[in-house]
Design a protein around this ligand. Structure first.
Ligand code: NIG
Ligand code: FE
Length: 416
């Protein structure tokens, strides 16, 4: 893929926050962060060769020097490990209804909510959906999000789910971000399905998942375990079939009522996401498992709900990732640093915990071992901020944008 074997060196930078040698799980003190001052980053063919003192690296023979536009602070590229950016339409009316007193579940039960986005998404062609998906991915990329998970889930028939996943595949050609797709056919029982939840899930497992597998459209399967969607008893057989086909599992868990995180632990999911209503029992379950706990502050902000108990989850020993959940219903904002910094302020997360949640812990929850850390062998995905020190970045709660975004050793330019 990379014919270029030049060794590039960028720097010197005021600070390079490497995220090296930090544990996958549990609380993190800022003093554990390995910050290199006056450092440089050296890479070849899109992979990091060294991150060290700039002068030492510059003395190596045969390096091509790249002068940064700002001396600033370098962070690894971010991973937004939970989004629903493949959608059509708007749910501005839901926001107004909720703020007028209706609840998310009431709107869903009266035929609005996810179902209205399904209708708007089904009305789009693959190309139109791909274009919107790529535009949103590029909005995140400009904020420094170099890896983005994208769910289907607004198709909810075999054909329409395939269309969504094909649109995500097509969107890859219109963005430099890495897009990781997830099948969320189990988002809700579609209103036009003539049958039970069990029959719908059976159809998806038998007629949709094998096609996804064959065409390599996704390697992850998600479900919304909730009163308005699927119960524990309904979803377990579906997840078991998906797992037997080789899919990784992830769960929308404990958003309004509990039980999703117990499902996630029972099926050995990669992550349990949302957790706004998790209690001590669910926190203990997750902490004694290898399921990553994912906070989605954008959904709390969109719905005016409590935040996931990130502090308690970390203290109990979980690996906590933070993602935007960007979707038209509960989380229309799509700003990862803003949301992570607001969560940190409410949940009292250290900067190290915040940064881990959007770098290597988020990447690990997607199964990646090659990103989220600035160290030899990792991808040269990194961000350069015009800042005096790394603390400035969370402190500005999303209003400080990276001056440079690098993906696989290439500096990206943004036209709009
Ligand atoms: O993660 N909770 C379920 N799914 C999305 C919301 C989807 C929607 O409302 O359109 C979420 O919040
Ligand atoms: Fe979600």
């Amino acid at each position: 893929m990379h014919a270029d074997t030049t060794c590039y060196l960028a720097g010197p930078f005021r600070e390079l926050v490497t995220m090296q040698a930090l544990p996958l799980k549990g609380p993190l003190n800022d003093s554990a962060l390995r910050v290199i001052r006056n450092g440089g980053i050296l890479w070849k063919a899109g992979r990091i060769e060294a991150v060290a003192d700039f002068e030492t690296l510059a003395a190596r023979p045969g390096v091509t020097l790249i002068e940064p536009s700002v001396k600033g602070v370098v962070l690894p590229g971010f991973t937004d490990m939970h989004t629903h950016i493949a959608f059509g339409g708007s749910r501005a009316a839901d926001f107004a209804l909720r703020n007028g007193g209706s609840t998310y579940l009431e709107i869903a039960e009266s035929g609005g909510g996810i179902w209205s986005t399904v209708k708007a998404t089904r009305a789009l062609t693959v190309d139109a959906l791909a274009k919107r998906t790529a535009q949103r991915a590029n909005t995140l990329l400009q904020q420094g999000v170099t890896t983005i998970e994208v769910k289907s889930g607004y198709g909810l028939s075999v054909a329409a789910e395939l269309k969504c996943l094909r649109a995500i595949a097509e969107a890859r050609r219109m963005t430099s971000a890495d897009l990781v797709s997830t099948c969320l056919a189990a988002h809700m029982l579609p209103s036009d399905f003539n049958g039970s939840a069990a029959a719908y899930l059976e159809l998806m497992a038998d007629a949709l998942l094998p096609v996804i597998k064959n065409e390599q459209l996704a390697h992850r399967v998600d479900a919304f375990v909730e009163r308005s969607a699927f119960s524990e008893a309904q979803i377990l057989p579906y997840f078991k079939k998906a797992k037997a086909m080789g899919f990784d599992i992830t769960v929308h868990a404990d958003q309004f009522t509990t039980s999703g995180s117990a499902v996630a632990v029972a099926v050995g999911a990669k992550s349990a996401d949302h957790l706004e209503h998790s209690t001590g029992k669910e926190i203990a379950l997750l902490a004694h498992s290898d399921v990553a706990a994912v906070a989605l502050p954008g959904a709390s902000l969109g719905l005016g709900c409590p935040f996931a108990p990130a502090r308690k989850l970390l203290d109990a020993g979980c690996s906590v990732a933070i993602a935007t959940d960007w979707n038209p219903g509960s989380a229309p904002m799509g700003n990862l640093m803003l949301q992570a910094a607001v969560l940190a302020a409410f949940e009292k997360l250290t900067n190290a915990e915040l940064l881990a949640g959007i770098t290597y812990r988020a990447a690990a929850a997607l199964g990646f071992k090659d990103r989220g850390v600035l160290a030899p062998g990792y991808r040269a995905d990194f961000l350069v901020y015009d800042a005096d020190g790394y603390q400035e970045i969370p402190y500005h709660q999303g209003s400080l944008q990276p001056a440079e975004v690098w993906k696989n050793g290439t500096r990206l330019t943004f036209t709009d």
